[in-house]
Design a protein around this ligand. Structure first.
Ligand code: FMN
Length: 199
């Protein structure tokens, strides 16, 4: 394709977008995800739009034995930040199980531009776009993905653990793995429910 050409198989693009599904770690098998694929997922995330070219996304990849430390850290944080009457055992054990069951967990963060010239909401939305790029790329490789915004993974304490600054945000965990069961079907209503236009 020439540099100035913009031509795609639009059916394929739509198919990829609609095929993307949230698939949780308990539905992954044990196959490791090759590093080359993880790198591609992150490279494509890095191509997300960014207001003012601040590139606010930060990714912390965790796989292999490091997952045990991550599971312990997040569970400890959940216990620490959750008032006793709100503590849910299922949320605690589920967090550990997710981290251990997924071959790859990517912690998602937003690094605030120090000049503050771009409003925070734009920086957060840019990270959302980056995660969508990750999820679509994972889908193209036959990988399931799950963006979890568990309270521990979005906490100030986890931000500190990641070495982030005061204005930065931890925006959850993105789990990746090969699904062991058939790819789930998605469901969306007609666009008239969410869009209107005038001629
Ligand atoms: C910003 C964001 C945060 C999310 N956090 C959670 C979460 O904490 N727990 C969860 O079960 N799903 C979470 N999801 C996934 C949604 O539940 C999922 O996208 C929705 O069910 C639609 O399914 P689909 O992704 O297969 O289209 C999150 C999605 C987004 C965009």
């Amino acid at each position: 394709m020439a540099n100035n050409e913009c031509s795609f198989d639009t059916d394929m693009v739509s198919r990829l977008i609609r095929k993307r599904r949230t698939i949780k770690p308990n539905a992954y098998d044990d196959r490791p995800v090759p590093n080359a694929i993880i790198e591609k997922i992150i490279e494509n995330a890095h191509w997300a739009p960014t207001h003012g070219q601040t590139f606010p996304w930060r990714f912390f990849v965790c796989c292999g034995d490091a997952r045990k430390n991550l599971a312990n850290t997040l569970c400890d944080i959940y216990r620490m930040i959750t008032p006793k009457d709100l503590f849910k055992e299922k949320k605690y054990t589920g967090l550990r199980q997710n981290v251990l069951a997924a071959p790859v967990t990517i912690s998602i963060a937003m690094k605030r531009d120090e000049t503050g010239k771009i409003q925070e909401i734009d920086e957060v939305m840019a990270v959302g776009c980056a995660v969508q790029n990750m999820h679509l790329t994972a889908t193209a490789y036959g990988l399931g993905g799950f963006w979890s915004t568990h309270s521990a993974a979005t906490s100030r304490r986890y931000c500190d653990h990641l070495g982030l600054n005061q204005g930065d945000k931890a925006l959850g965990l993105f789990f990746i793995g090969y699904p062991k069961s058939p790819w789930p079907l998605g469901k969306r209503g007609p666009i008239t429910e969410v869009a209107c236009w005038e001629d």
